[in-house]
Design a protein around this ligand. Structure first.
Ligand SMILES: Nc1ncnc2c1ncn2[C@@H]1O[C@H](COP(=O)(O)OP(=O)(O)OP(=O)(O)O)[C@@H](O)[C@H]1O
Ligand code: SF4
Ligand SMILES: [Mg+2]
Length: 348
């Protein structure tokens, strides 16, 4: 498997300061008069310049995690019911509405899968970038426009002085995503959330966008949270990986740990179902069998290990929800197989 930084990168980043610490974050939805848990006890931390990949099948809670970090959970029916999101020492769950609006697009910004839904078709891209800049910084229109041109140049849009006056429909999908990245970087965020940023793009353009994100991270030290269902994308970008299933973090580790030694049965299934280059003259990508069964409907409320109905190792104990077993400083697994006691083995 091709990796950007290799297995040692997590340890290398350990010497850097923690800029984001998410602690036991829970989101509940009110459905038909009762509360159901959509996000359960999500915790992780991010050091300056690190990329965390969040991976899991559709409906596992990846986007909900990103929305919760920015306090954008759809409400009603949802709300954050527990936990902390500490960014540069400030708990975003507790700050005022005014402050969180400043943080969105400021210290923490987000890029989405489909840039057309986030760009306004009736304004030029220069107008939109300049407006973002002026929402967060005290600069006049001319200075903001100049910054917009510089940002387009930074994300490698050719002829930025001309392109800045164009409308979104005049750009290709890849160029529009570059504009979104430029906009997200306008206020030099500490953390960039990228929710499936390349899914709508073809493979060549996807690779270019990943190269750009890697370059930005190397030059600016921006932390990136990359949300995807594609482990290939994670292996291109991430230092560390968080695997989600049914609103739980089921496993976390460095890219090397997760790809070489996955411990949770769900992670193993996900990796097995990844398309791989096979050794044949046509270099064909083959899709291996998917995990049988489907992601449970969280709105029904779940008991025990949520993966049990699909797990080849399920046992009677799995009717209870397992806790986290720590396998290393930043390595944890939520599965009875990794815990001490009956059914599991002792971990250190
Ligand atoms: N507005 C909403 N109302 C009700 N349920 C919702 C809402 N938004 C999300 N959910 C539920 O929350 C759970 C997590 O959804 P989320 O969008 O975070 O999944 P995801 O991992 O991002 O999936 P995908 O890969 O498809 O983007 C799902 O079970 C979904 O049905
Ligand atoms: S706790 Fe049980 S059901 Fe859940 S993943 Fe582990 S072995 Fe499978
Ligand atoms: Mg999503």
């Amino acid at each position: 498997m091709r990796t950007r930084r290799g297995a040692g990168a997590g340890a290398e980043a350990d010497s850097h300061e923690v800029v984001l610490r998410v602690e036991n974050l829970c989101v509940d939805f009110r459905v038909k008069g009762r509360e159901v848990r959509i996000l359960s006890d999500i915790s992780f931390s991010l050091r300056r310049g690190e990329t965390l990949g969040i991976i899991g099948e559709s409906g596992c809670g990846k986007s909900m995690t990103a929305l919760a970090l920015l306090r954008m959970v759809p409400s009603p029916p949802g709300r954050i019911t527990a936990g902390r999101v500490v960014l540069n020492g400030e708990d975003l769950v507790q700050v005022s509405e005014r402050r969180i609006r400043g943080i969105r697009g400021g210290e923490m910004s987000m890029i989405f899968q489909e840039p057309m839904t986030s760009l306004n078709p009736v304004y030029t891209i220069g107008n939109q970038i300049a407006e973002t800049i002026r929402r967060h910084k005290q600069v006049d229109k001319t200075a903001a426009w100049k910054e917009a041109v510089d940002l387009l140049d930074m994300v490698h849009i050719p002829a930025p002085e001309r392109r800045v006056s164009e409308y979104p429909h005049q750009l290709s999908g890849g160029m529009r995503q570059r504009v979104m990245i430029a906009m997200a970087l306008a206020c030099e965020p500490t953390v960039l959330l990228a929710d499936e940023p390349t899914t709508a793009l073809d493979v060549t353009v996807q690779a270019q966008i990943f190269d750009l994100l890697n370059e930005i991270q190397d030059t600016r030290g921006t932390c990136i949270i990359l949300i995807t269902h594609d482990f290939g994308a994670v292996s291109e970008m991430a230092d560390r990986v968080l695997v989600m299933y049914a609103g739980h973090k089921v496993e976390e580790g460095t890219l090397g740990e997760i790809s070489d030694d996955p411990r949770h049965p769900y992670t193993r299934g996900l990796l097995r179902s990844m398309p791989e280059i096979v050794d044949d003259p046509a270099d064909v990508r083959v899709r291996l069998p998917e995990i049988p069964g489907s992601v449970p409907d969280l709105l029904r409320g779940l008991e025990g290990c949520p993966f049990a109905p699909r797990c080849p190792s399920a046992m009677s104990q799995c009717r209870e929800l397992p806790g986290y077993s720590r396998l290393g400083e930043h390595r944890s697994v939520k599965c009875w197989l990794e815990s001490e006691g009956p059914g599991g083995h002792t971990t250190s």
